[in-house]
Design a protein around this ligand. Structure first.
Ligand code: GLA
Length: 440
């Protein structure tokens, strides 16, 4: 056996150590790569999951919450992601099924004039109302500065699709620019104690109101027939039953008379002018409203009808009390419109949240009540000239954020725009509980 020199042994040891080192480095790098791939895959899954969580259609409507990586708080986060929204073409159109009775409408935001929400509206309604963009602060945010763009967009969409419009609202105590109530020096009119100055402030307020009403009515009088002139002026809890708003505290009921007169003068005899309020079924509130309207009519104020908001819930009020109020105003020679219909799943003072577990029996109870309500509406079509829902599908409703952020479902279509049991109760009760996506 050949003897290995000391130098050769040393060289072999170094070589072996180098080979082991290379092997270790290769192993380390390849483990690292696998780890990296896992991370990338994880990120991809998260990214794919996000649109599924957002599939309520809010993104298309420009809802900023839908653009964040967190799911909107009021979106059910069930483990099975909800189906994407789609418009069922093989079901009857709501407006056609009610064609012999009254137009049926929905509240809309400008962003909903495109995309799937627009398709849903075009299929089912023949009347629209702006959910926000025709309110005082949206149209005249500061004195003499009129913003027409958003309101115009809704008017154009309605005209292009053969829909009529309601105007909401010329006057309201909420969503109104503070500038209306500042005196000539920019101080709050409410703080004024000098009677002469108070009188001048009242004149200034009514002059501003007159200008606001005329500018808007002149612009839209040929496009919009039905107008909410004043909104929510009755409040039984306030002194003498009139809402103690800045309008009322500064001008008494003169702001109401001024707004109706200006609207009539600017719009002529063909537009119809409404006084709009919620809770008009409540006998105390109804009677105070009746008394006010009667008084104004006697003074020659041109009021054509009462708008009944009809924000109700599955528990109340009774359908009979809603109809009784319409009958009472009809006896005064007035028209009635249901202007903001929706039906919460919760009692008005309940702050709980079903989350993604809305019980089926609640949706059925809602359907029963929607059925009963529309049955009564149809039977009273001679005193009721329009029914407008405050939205069209449950993904977009103020009731997902009021009185607390939670999951509510007050409308006829669900978050994926599918017809709910309530839709069928209104359109074709025989099809409630059937497979609702197949053709009849
Ligand atoms: C009231 C107003 C509407 C709307 C709803 C809630 O009913 O009349 O314009 O703001 O509240 O969103």
């Amino acid at each position: 056996m050949a003897k290995i020199s000391k130098e050769k042994r040393k060289a072999i040891t170094i070589l072996l150590a180098a080979v082991m080192l290379v092997a270790a480095v290769v192993l380390f790098v390849s483990r690292g790569q696998e780890q990296g791939e896992e991370n990338i895959q994880g990120t991809t899954e998260t990214a794919l999951a996000t649109p599924a969580v957002r599939s309520s259609g809010q993104e298309a409507e420009g809802d900023s919450a839908a653009l964040s990586s967190e799911p909107p708080k009021n979106t059910p986060t069930s483990s099975a992601p909800p189906a994407e929204p789609s418009v069922q073409q093989d079901i009857p159109a709501l407006a056609e099924s009610l064609a012999d009775y009254f137009p049926i409408g929905a509240a809309i935001e400008p962003a909903q004039t495109g995309g799937l929400k627009a398709e849903l509206l075009k299929k089912h309604v023949n009347m629209l109302v702006a959910e926000n963009v025709m309110k005082p602060d949206a149209i005249q945010p500061s004195e003499g500065v009129f913003k027409w763009e958003h309101a115009d967009r809704i008017v154009s969409f309605a005209k292009e699709n053969g829909m009529t419009l309601r105007f909401h609202t010329l006057v309201w105590h909420s969503q109104v620019g503070a500038w209306f109530f500042k005196d000539a020096e920019g101080k709050p009119m409410m703080d004024e104690t000098d009677p002469d100055k108070r009188e001048r402030n009242k004149e200034l307020l009514l002059k501003r109101l007159d200008a606001h009403v005329r500018a808007i009515v002149e612009r839209y009088k040929d496009d919009i027939r039905d107008w909410d002139v004043v909104n929510e002026v009755i409040e039984p809890g306030d002194p003498d039953g009139m809402r103690a708003s800045e309008w009322y505290k500064i001008s008494g009921t003169d702001f109401i008379a001024t707004a109706f007169r200006a609207a009539r003068e600017a719009g002529g005899p063909n537009i119809r002018l409404y006084i709009n309020d919620y809770g008009t079924d409540n006998p105390v509130k109804r009677d105070r409203l009746y008394e006010l309207v009667k008084e104004l009519l006697e003074q020659g104020v041109p009021i054509d009808g009462v708008g009944h908001q009809t924000h109700i819930d599955v528990y109340g009020p009774t359908v009979a009390s809603i109809i009784a109020s319409m009958v009472k105003f009809a006896e005064l020679g007035l028209d009635n419109q249901v202007t903001e219909l929706d039906m919460s799943l919760y009692r008005w003072n309940d702050r709980s949240d079903y989350g993604d577990q809305i019980p089926d029996n609640m949706l059925e109870q809602q359907a029963d009540r929607y059925g009963e309500l529309f049955h009564a509406f149809k039977a009273h079509k001679d005193i009721l000239s329009a029914v407008v829902l405050w939205g069209i599908s449950d993904d977009h409703t103020w009731l997902n954020g009021f009185p607390v952020t939670r999951t509510n479902a007050p409308l006829l279509f669900d978050r994926q725009y599918q017809a709910k049991s309530a839709f069928w109760a209104v359109v074709d009760p025989a099809r409630r509980g059937s497979v609702q996506t197949t053709a009849p």
